[in-house]
Design a protein. Structure first.
Length: 277
């Protein structure tokens, strides 16, 4: 019998934010299977404990840290807690994030402030905190979870899509800055995914929530969180700059590149207006 191939993730300590559901949950499971020691964080202690127990029952190793990363200075608090526990991080996965659907003024400014804190500020803070440690360790990795929405303006998801455009641009920039210091950086761009995201994005509008439920019941062809996680880990192994998940999404993106920016805006705006209108 041949020897088992050693995964690049084996023996690595991996911090995953937003790990209690969806893509973060799937990444934690898949990484634990590959021999990683996972450090998982989210707001829900119960969900984290359930996931950690599942990983440990399967022979893996998991540590939990409960933190609301939509609050100011939460990135620093999480970093200090993990340091105090004697844990170093080899790979950082900034997965936590959320969005809102609807026109700009349909949501409170405080809600947008929390979204931007989570999607942009905490993500940036954690990169800023962990990159020096990775340089000292001789290398490391960062996966920042963006969205297919980062590739064009999205009317009726304007703040969310703009925040994810930041994630893509930021990730590509720091990849270049630290490429000679052994740090790999990749942006993960999921399209529609079966997760808690759409429920949260629509929860403040009864009409949007009903449309989301109807779409889910009818079947949308969305990827599962585990499908996204598998694409992510394979792409990171290959040191990709970014990965747009799903063959249909990649085809759609190629088609939009043949269109004018205004035409894409009209097309996307029309699609989202039907959902949000």
């Amino acid at each position: 019998m041949g020897r088992r191939a050693i995964s690049i993730y084996e023996g690595k300590k991996v911090l995953i934010t937003g790990a209690s559901t969806g893509i973060g949950y799937a990444l934690a499971e898949e990484l634990a299977k590959r021999g990683s020691e996972v450090i998982i964080t989210a707001r829900s202690r119960d969900k984290l404990e359930t996931l950690a127990r599942k990983i440990k029952d399967a022979g893996g190793n998991a540590h939990i840290f409960v933190e609301d990363l939509s609050l100011p200075n939460s990135g620093m608090k999480l970093y200090d807690q993990i340091k105090s526990a004697g844990l170093s991080i080899d790979i950082l996965i900034n997965n936590a994030g959320y969005g809102r659907w609807g026109d700009l003024t349909s949501h409170d400014r405080d809600d947008y402030t929390k979204m931007l804190q989570l999607n942009i500020t905490t993500l940036t803070d954690l990169c800023h905190l962990y990159i020096p440690d990775m340089v000292t360790q001789g290398g490391g990795g960062i996966i920042n979870v963006g969205s297919m929405a980062s590739l064009s303006p999205i009317p009726y998801a304007s703040v969310y899509s703009s925040s994810k455009a930041y994630v893509l641009m930021f990730s590509e920039a720091i990849r270049y800055e630290y490429r000679d210091q052994g740090i790999k950086v990749m942006a993960l761009l999921p399209g529609g995914t079966e997760s808690e995201f759409a429920r949260v994005a629509t929860e403040k509008s009864e009409k949007l929530s009903e449309r989301y439920k109807e779409g889910s019941a009818a079947g949308t062809g969305m990827q599962t969180s585990h499908e996204v996680a598998l694409e992510c880990l394979e792409a990171f192994e290959k040191n990709k700059q970014y990965i747009l998940c799903g063959g249909k999404n990649r085809l759609l993106h190629m088609l939009t590149k043949l269109m004018s920016r205004q035409r894409v805006l009209e097309m996307v705006g029309g699609m989202f207006k039907k959902v949000a209108g």
